[in-house]
Design a protein around this ligand. Structure first.
Ligand SMILES: Nc1ncnc2c1ncn2[C@@H]1O[C@H](COP(=O)(O)OP(=O)(O)O)[C@@H](O)[C@H]1O
Ligand SMILES: [Mg+2]
Length: 360
């Protein structure tokens, strides 16, 4: 699979590190620019095989250029330049027709201080991955700013109108406006609470405080809450399997998971919402399903992404719910999947291990 194995071996004379194991690309050249070694990651990143590169000159096999088209290797000027210089800071470069790479180098001098350059070690990292990460952070900021601005615009608009024209509105009109303001303020608060959950999940700071949790009772409570809020009672069905084991979970977080899945089933789904709790030996599986449109299999992995709302943008959600649900389930050592429910509709199924007391 891997050429004639010249890669890595050429370096054995100067170093014993198995360079093919490095996660980043590595290219080593001598002071004349003759390539001594190319590791496997560098082959992958540049598309140049070690067997073709070793023994050739840098200029020809790795003609890196910066954004202004300048040749990177020539600009290093190994023979000239300051004799104390050894580090070449990371830069974003390209090979002709290739993708963006982050390239850094170190000049090995003998003697180390002020000597002639003996070798140059060059590290390569995938620039695309980092650029994508930075872009996704920038996207996140844009989305959050937008999500916060729309309710705040409405709060500002209604309060300004009320303050300016208080006497011109009837009590009923004022009431409607204040209700809208109240709802929008709730929405901002919810969004901020969810964003804090997201940040805890992403940074791994989510703490799980385990206690014995009666899952059927928790599910019953969520259903009772929806019924109290005006949902018809026969819209919900609770199925509880036999011999459920005792489970140690974080009750608040499990409530949050159940509430989110039930809310989604009510809001995005249709028909009867079923919560089905079964033992799976080493833990418990909970399925929440409805009889609505369901989720297309090709979109299934996306529903757990932050801010993904499919085409339900108008239904008022933030698109953070399932991302948080997945984070909470995984923090318990569990997993969650989505599939088509037997009667159509979406079926979210999460499984959590029985867990042990915190102090065990
Ligand atoms: N039971 C369901 N039936 C159909 N679509 C669903 C269901 N649950 C979630 N979805 C889809 O997944 C998206 C993401 O859900 P979620 O992360 O909870 O965000 P939100 O509910 O705020 O829109 C929803 O916007 C919806 O398009
Ligand atoms: Mg939701």
């Amino acid at each position: 699979m891997h050429g004639d194995g010249t890669d890595g071996q050429a370096l054995d004379s100067v170093c014993t590190i198995p360079i093919d194991e490095l996660p980043d690309g590595l290219v080593v050249a001598d002071a004349e620019g003759v390539v001594l070694a190319v590791n496997r990651a560098a082959e992958r990143l540049t598309g140049v095989r070690a067997s073709e590169a070793v023994g050739q000159v840098m200029d020809e096999v790795f003609p890196f250029r910066d954004h202004d088209g300048r040749e990177w290797w020539k600009a290093l000027d190994l023979a000239g330049g300051l004799r104390t210089r050894s580090r070449v800071p990371e830069r974003s470069l390209r090979l002709p027709g290739g993708r963006e790479l982050y390239v850094a180098a170190r000049m090995i001098r003998v003697p180390a201080r002020g000597g002639d350059v003996e070798r140059v070690t060059i590290t390569l990292r995938d620039g695309g991955a980092r650029a994508r990460l930075e872009r996704s952070r920038a996207d996140l900021v844009t989305v959050v700013a937008h999500e916060l601005r729309s309710p705040l615009t409405s709060v500002k608009g209604f309060t300004a109108t009320l303050l300016a024209k208080w006497d011109r509105f009837t009590d009923e009109q004022k009431r409607v406006m204040l209700e809208t303001v109240n709802n929008d303020a709730d929405r901002v608060t919810r969004l901020i609470t969810e964003l804090l959950d997201v940040s805890r999940i992403e940074s791994g700071r989510l703490e799980i405080h385990r206690q014995v949790v009666d899952l059927p009772a928790r599910a019953q409570r969520i259903i009772a809450g929806r019924v109290a809020a005006g949902e018809p009672e026969d819209r919900f069905r609770l199925i509880v399997g036999e011999n459920l084991p005792e489970v140690w979970l974080d009750q608040d977080k499990i409530d949050q998971v159940l509430a989110n899945l039930v809310e989604n089933a009510v809001r995005h789904g249709r028909g009867t919402v079923t919560i089905d709790i079964q033992s799976v030996g080493w833990g418990v599986a909970v399925s929440v399903r409805d009889q609505g449109e369901g989720i297309a299999p090709e979109l299934a992995p996306r529903v757990f992404e932050q801010f993904w709302r499919g085409n339900s943008r108008r239904r008022g959600g933030t698109g953070l719910g399932l991302f948080i649900v997945k984070g909470l389930v995984e923090a318990h050592g569990g997993t969650i999947t989505v599939q088509r429910a037997p009667e159509g509709g979406a079926e979210f199924r999460f499984t959590v291990p029985t867990g042990t007391p915190d102090f065990a």
